[in-house]
Design a protein around this ligand. Structure first.
Ligand SMILES: *[C@@H]1O[C@H](CO)[C@@H](O)[C@H](O)[C@H]1NC(C)=O
Ligand SMILES: *[C@@H]1O[C@H](CO)[C@@H](O)[C@H](O)[C@H]1NC(C)=O
Ligand SMILES: *[C@@H]1O[C@H](CO)[C@@H](O)[C@H](O)[C@H]1NC(C)=O
Ligand SMILES: *[C@@H]1O[C@H](CO)[C@@H](O)[C@H](O)[C@H]1NC(C)=O
Ligand SMILES: *[C@@H]1O[C@H](CO)[C@@H](O)[C@H](O)[C@H]1NC(C)=O
Ligand SMILES: *[C@@H]1O[C@H](CO)[C@@H](O)[C@H](O)[C@H]1NC(C)=O
Ligand SMILES: *[C@@H]1O[C@H](CO)[C@@H](O)[C@H](O)[C@H]1NC(C)=O
Length: 612
């Protein structure tokens, strides 16, 4: 295969035709050369397409460690948390975040001490009472005051502060947390003063007005339903409940025929309708998709509208946005947009999208995907109001066992997320890569590959799912690693943004996959990532974003996001703990890893709040 790629790049026919033209060679020669090149291209495409099957897997031995070994690793994560939090307390508290290289501090999120609030439930899980008590004394004094003309970003404030207060309340029942959550939920409410009921980007909490553009990113306008639903439940306030029902109502009634039933990225806050055709599970979209399933699960699986939205979204992604890379057969998810009347994919794969395998695994764990009639749904009928090609896609999906299909998708994607770490000399994953596809390389959708795999007798693991070694293995060839061309050829991708931002999505998915499948390989992969964080990101006072993960000994950036303590270290800790301390049937993590309890609306609440 490499041969054919290189062969095309230096195609002698192409070079020769240019030389001939200079010597005044006739048009017939040129036409012949052109036809010859086209023929070669066609051969090349077909050759690649038909050598996709079978999809070989590497044999990788993952040792069975004793429970004591994993508990000791959980303890190491707890120590990492203490290192980071003590650095924050010493140099930054009560500001928002620590600058872990300069020992400075920064107010990124309203200056209410976001790292402390974001860390509360992690401390509770780790049993860090002294740290928790110190943070709580700040919460007692918290009054959400701000200088005049400050704009509070709605989405980040909800997921970090409101989510943090609510989950600590759920775990302790401490009234002060509910009071603070209620106050915060109330001062943010002017954001909902749009004619659609979708929140605007930010709020001036001093004046009580909303700010921001007339258009909103999907994730920012539709990732607050869990928080406001639970806030409504524990405060018994109808106005909090009404706010979350508005988003569900808008989304469920949006006109999505053109988009195959999936929500695009940009929305008009007046009309409540989508304004572009950019479909993505990455930045600016991610958590809105995540909340469809999570909202359904958190409200005890009564909210069928959200379940339908989840099934439509995942079906569109499985059919249209998942691809297999040409050489290593890495499974990945990308985006689509309309371009000159056709559909185009960027083949970018974002670290942010690595929440998706965990979400799919959570769906497999909680939903009767092969027996949706048990929850009052018919899978193929969900596509009745879509275009015929989308309807066909649903039928193709339904020709597989949907539980298996969703789990394979989860496993294949999670493996690719992990490999983007393991492939690098640092062992840390870049923020965005671009997969080799399109142009000279064939675009192979996962479902095309799956159909081929099925037709050819299901030999070996499904495409993209079998275990794979990192591309460099134990090799230590710097020249090789750093050479862009060679990397693209062998790895199937190039790195577009080489920073590791201490992000959680990959370890989040590893954790959920481990809990759902019990396969220790997910733990081993998480352990490799934790060790890389210790090696590359640790500073004397905390942990720092790492600049170029594809080099040896990269520089660090003076940034330690609060989500590193709220999410990344929490998921790693839960991954290594033997005991399942946050059972996935009883708790649902918000998009900042704050677990909220599953609850049911009573008959009286449903009547009072107009919940179906
Ligand atoms: C930051 O604080 C740590 C811990 O006290 C210390 O080791 C380190 O030298 C300090 N760094 C700077 C830049 O002052
Ligand atoms: C609110 O808290 C801040 C920080 O603790 C304090 O400076 C301010 O005086 C308080 N404002 C009110 C109105 O209590
Ligand atoms: C809500 O929006 C309307 C129309 O833009 C405006 O007149 C009103 O003052 C706003 N109210 C609040 C509380 O922001
Ligand atoms: C779903 O609906 C289709 C037709 O709309 C029907 O043929 C099929 O049997 C239904 N499936 C189930 C599981 O009820
Ligand atoms: C689908 O696969 C699951 C898990 O492999 C299995 O338990 C179930 O019986 C299968 N269902 C159907 C309808 O084949
Ligand atoms: C890789 O190269 C570095 C720098 O030359 C060296 O320190 C390290 O030991 C090598 N690792 C392996 C596995 O060969
Ligand atoms: C490293 O890789 C480059 C490019 O593939 C190759 O030319 C070189 O021989 C390799 N060096 C070693 C020590 O393997």
């Amino acid at each position: 295969m490499n041969f054919s790629v290189n062969f095309l790049r230096t195609n002698p026919a192409v070079k020769a035709s240019a030389a001939f033209r200079r010597r005044g060679i006739s048009i017939r020669h040129l036409a012949f050369t052109f036809a010859f090149s086209i023929a070669l291209l066609t051969l090349y495409y077909n050759y690649l397409r038909h050598t996709v099957v079978p999809f070989p897997a590497d044999v990788i031995h993952y040792p069975q460690e004793t429970p004591e070994v994993w508990e000791a690793r959980a303890l190491q994560v707890k120590n990492a948390f203490l290192h980071a939090y003590h650095g924050y307390e010493r140099f930054a508290f009560p500001k928002d975040e620590l600058c872990p290289v300069s020992n400075g501090s920064i107010d990124n999120f309203n200056g209410w001490g976001v790292t402390a609030v974001d860390s509360l439930d992690t401390m509770l899980m780790m049993g860090l009472q002294p740290e928790y008590d110190r943070a709580m004394s700040a919460i007692h004094n918290m009054n959400f005051s701000l200088p005049i003309n400050t704009r509070v970003p709605f989405f980040e404030t909800v997921i970090r502060y409101l989510g943090g207060l609510l989950s600590a309340y759920a775990m302790t029942g401490d009234d002060i947390l509910r009071t603070r959550a209620d106050q915060l939920g109330t001062i943010l409410a002017p954001a909902f003063n749009t004619s659609s009921g979708f929140p605007s980007f930010s709020v001036d909490t001093v004046r009580g007005t909303s700010n921001g553009p007339k258009f909103g990113g999907l994730a920012e306008i539709a990732s607050y339903q869990m928080e406001y639903a639970y806030l409504g439940k524990i405060t018994a306030k109808k106005e909090h409940v009404d706010r979350f029902t508005a988003a569900t109502h808008n989304l469920h009634n949006a006109e999505l025929r053109k988009y195959g039933g999936m929500y695009p990225m940009h929305w008009d806050l007046s009309s409540g309708q989508a304004t572009d055709a950019h479909l993505s599970v990455g930045a600016a979209s991610d958590s809105a998709h995540e909340y469809t399933l999570k909202q359904y699960l958190m409200t005890a699986r009564q909210d069928t509208a959200n379940l339908e939205m989840y099934l439509r979204f995942t079906s569109h992604v499985l059919n249209n946005l998942m691809f297999i890379s040409p050489n290593r057969h890495l499974l990945y998810v990308t985006d689509s947009n309309l371009y000159r009347g056709g559909i185009r994919h960027t083949h970018s794969f974002e670290h942010l999208s690595c929440f998706l395998p965990g979400l799919l695994a959570l769906g497999v764990h909680t939903l009767p995907l092969n027996h949706l009639e048990d929850v009052g749904l018919n899978f193929t009928e969900l596509a009745d109001d879509l275009l015929p090609e989308h309807k066909m896609g649903y039928e193709e999906l339904a020709s597989f066992n949907l539980t298996d299909l969703h789990l394979w998708a989860a496993e294949g994607l999670a493996q690719t997320c992990y490999l983007t770490y393991a492939d690098q000399p640092t062992g840390l994953g870049p923020d965005i890569i671009s997969m080799r596809s399109g142009g000279l390389y064939p675009e192979i959708t996962w479902m095309e590959a799956m159909q081929e795999w099925k037709i050819k007798g299901r030999r070996g693991p499904p495409p993209g799912v079998g275990d794979k070694h990192p591309w460099a293995g134990d090799g230590n060839n710097t020249t090789d690693m750093l050479d862009r061309e060679i990397s693209i050829d062998r790895r199937d991708y190039y790195i577009r943004d080489s920073q590791y931002q201490l992000r959680p999505e990959t370890v989040e998915s590893l954790y959920i996959l481990y809990r759902v499948t019990g396969d220790v390989k997910w733990r081993h992969r998480g352990w490799a990532i934790f060790q890389a964080i210790e090696r590359e990101a640790k500073t004397p006072s905390g942990y720092a974003n790492v600049k170029m993960v594809d080099t040896y000994h990269p520089e660090q950036r003076d940034v330690m996001p609060s989500y590193f303590l709220a999410e990344t270290l929490k998921y790693l800790y839960l991954l290594f703990r033997e005991e399942d301390i946050v059972p996935l049937d009883e708790w649902v993590f918000n998009t900042e890893a704050h677990p909220l309890p599953v609850f049911e609306w009573t008959k009286e609440e449903k009547e009072a709040y107009g919940i179906p």
